[in-house]
Design a protein around this ligand. Structure first.
Ligand SMILES: Nc1ncnc2c1ncn2[C@@H]1O[C@H](COP(=O)(O)OP(=O)(O)O)[C@@H](O)[C@H]1O
Ligand SMILES: [Mg+2]
Length: 385
């Protein structure tokens, strides 16, 4: 195996070529004791009854790409209940180049990540080259649930394209927590005011970066998903996505947004002190999802919601392709059999240049995939049959 000499070298070589997962190795990861699996470069279908490990497998792929789970923030949940440590590895390749991503999780210790045997100092460095987009039944929450779901979607999507975004977000959340603790404390008023001034300046600066990144991403997402959604609904529905913020950004450049954010923090300060938390800022923002200019959150039917989410996810795929020059691996968890024929056809067309990992509880009708190279696996109790 000829691994790269340096990560920079490999990043350069890998740009533009699709990065596919060649194999996955799992040890003591959730309900897998020891799994070694070779994946197809195109389509992979995992079939199994409930609670056999299908979503776990997708989760392991997601962790290799992003460094974190989409299901939990607590790494120890991921380690097999009867074991002390877990290991996940993915061998990925583009053309004939290879890269080995390894993650080791130990109880009560931070996880360790290696790429081509070189340990990363922190998650910020995780530039695995591997990108993923996942679509699961949980994503239906994106339309109907509270703003937190939609912010989370923005945050995870942007972080993948722009790792510094995750870094900014973590810093923002840390400062926000300190500010909120201060608001709740019984310190002397003059001291509180002095400290709040400092926190506000920091929040203003980083918060503005977050807002700007989200607006940019959402503009692209809205444009692309409008087109995809129009196709999926045979021209009947116009999907638009709008960033909603309590900070005024409409006519805004960076300075304008920062000034407005600082102004609002000042205006709200007495209320914040009373409530013991911070009422304005990107941590309160939202996306408005409209279908034909009507708010989808209140009016969209189940079927419409599913199509909206599908449009948003497929457009995320395209944004990654535009930004990185290569397609992400598409993970479809239990959603395929729920889609009608029109949407399946559309998905299948999008598949042809991508590696996909699909799970299903039922045998999938494969006539749409006749021309796609594929492997089918059966999973039972953390083992391949
Ligand atoms: N840390 C863990 N240790 C052992 N088993 C786990 C762990 N976390 C989850 N499981 C088991 O994994 C199974 C669920 O796997 P999942 O991939 O969600 O199933 P599905 O095939 O329905 O997608 C359950 O049986 C659950 O008990
Ligand atoms: Mg599942």
């Amino acid at each position: 195996m000829n691994y790269f000499k340096t990560l920079e070298e490999s990043s350069y070589i890998l740009r533009g070529a699709n990065l596919n997962i060649e194999s996955i190795r799992l040890i003591n990861f959730r309900n897998y004791n020891n799994l070694n699996i070779e994946l197809n470069d195109k389509m992979n279908i995992f079939i199994g009854k409930n609670a056999q490990g299908k979503t776990n497998l997708l989760e392991s792929i997601y962790i290799c790409a992003t460094g974190k789970s989409f299901r939990t923030n607590r790494d120890r949940e991921i380690i097999n209940l009867n074991k002390e440590e877990a290991y996940i590895a993915a061998k990925v390749h583009a053309n004939r180049m290879q890269r080995l991503i390894e993650i080791k999780m130990e109880k009560n210790k931070p996880k360790r990540i290696k790429i081509n045997k070189i340990e990363l100092k922190n998650l910020k460095e995780l530039n695995s080259g591997l990108n993923v987009v996942i679509f699961s039944p949980d994503d239906m929450k994106l339309v109907k649930d509270g703003p937190g779901e939609r912010r989370n979607f923005l945050d995870t999507s942007i972080s993948q394209i722009k790792p510094v975004y995750r870094y900014n977000l973590n810093r923002y959340n840390k400062i926000l927590l300190q500010r909120n603790n201060l608001l709740k404390s019984n310190k002397q008023k003059s001291n509180v005011v002095k400290l709040l001034d400092i926190f506000d300046l920091q929040l203003g600066k980083i918060g503005t970066e977050i807002i700007i990144s989200r607006i940019k991403f959402l503009e692209k997402l809205s444009r692309i998903s409008e087109r995809i959604h129009k196709n999926l609904t045979l021209g009947n529905e116009r999907l638009t996505l709008e960033y909603i913020s309590n900070v005024n950004f409409i006519q805004g450049n960076r300075d304008y947004i920062e000034r407005d954010f600082l102004k609002k923090l000042k205006l709200n300060r007495d209320k914040d002190l009373m409530m013991g938390n911070t009422g304005v800022g990107p941590h309160r923002d939202d996306i408005r999802i409209n279908i034909n200019d009507i708010d989808a959150r209140t009016y969209a039917s189940q079927g419409q919601q599913r199509t909206i989410v599908l449009s948003m996810k497929l457009s995320e795929v395209e944004i990654i392709k535009l930004d990185k020059g290569s397609y992400p691996v598409l993970l479809l968890d239990d959603v395929f059999s729920e889609l009608d024929e029109e949407r399946r056809k559309h998905l299948t067309m999008s598949f042809k240049d991508m590696q996909t990992v699909i799970t299903s509880t039922d045998i999938i009708d494969l006539k749409e995939f006749e021309n796609i190279d594929k492997s089918i696996f059966y999973i039972k109790n953390g083992k391949l049959l």
